[in-house]
Design a protein around this ligand. Sequence first.
Ligand code: ZN
Length: 249
Amino acid sequence: MEDEDLLRYSRHILLEEFGIDGQARVSAGHALVIGAGGLGSPALLYLAAAGVGRITVVDPDNVDLTNLQRQIVHTTARVGAPKVDSAAAGMQAINPEIVIDTHIARADEVLLDRLVPTADVVLDCSDNFATRHAVNRACVQHRKPLVAGAAIRFDGQLSVYDARDAASPCYACIFPPEAAFEETLCAVLGVFAPVVGTIGTLQAHEALKLLAGIAPSLAGRLLMFDGRRTAFDSLRVARDPHCSVCAPR
Ligand SMILES: [Zn+2]
């Protein structure tokens, strides 16, 4: 590690559990981030600041004025630009040392099948069930740990689904694709800005732990944030032996 890196990452290196080896693993790591919106913004900024060596970001949209209330990786000057380009500019401004790959695309099955096998950890920062299920299926198939977050109004939730661990549920064990969940979009219902910041930051927190090899992860627990009470609750979650996605594995 170069002298400048020792300085840049010194506050991580000082951590007993992290150390120079943990930083080396983070620097050698590859995070795939699906979505550069409210959750993706803080997640991407923390992953970049922490020196994740390669970050791939996927989002089909352009920066819109209505995004800026909470999507902190974007700026007023970049309204109209592709979100992945804006996010790359924000990340590169903090840390020019890392490699950033961008895809102006929806995370469909074909793209995920190409990108997920190359990643060490996947962060689902998307805002709809179809994408969440597609990301989960790809992570189960390629045995990659998934850090999935969601936020709406004053509520957030987060978990890790680790297909490398036979005891860990997948996203579909908890939220079966065949169940008719009501799609709730923040464009309709609104979202309190720091709630996406809280959940997106915790996604980076879990992803960095996974990359650095700091156990245990949140796998097996669903963390819920009630932003009205400013309180966290967590539920134990188990594998569904009849899950349509992970049961046959
Ligand atoms: Zn499952």
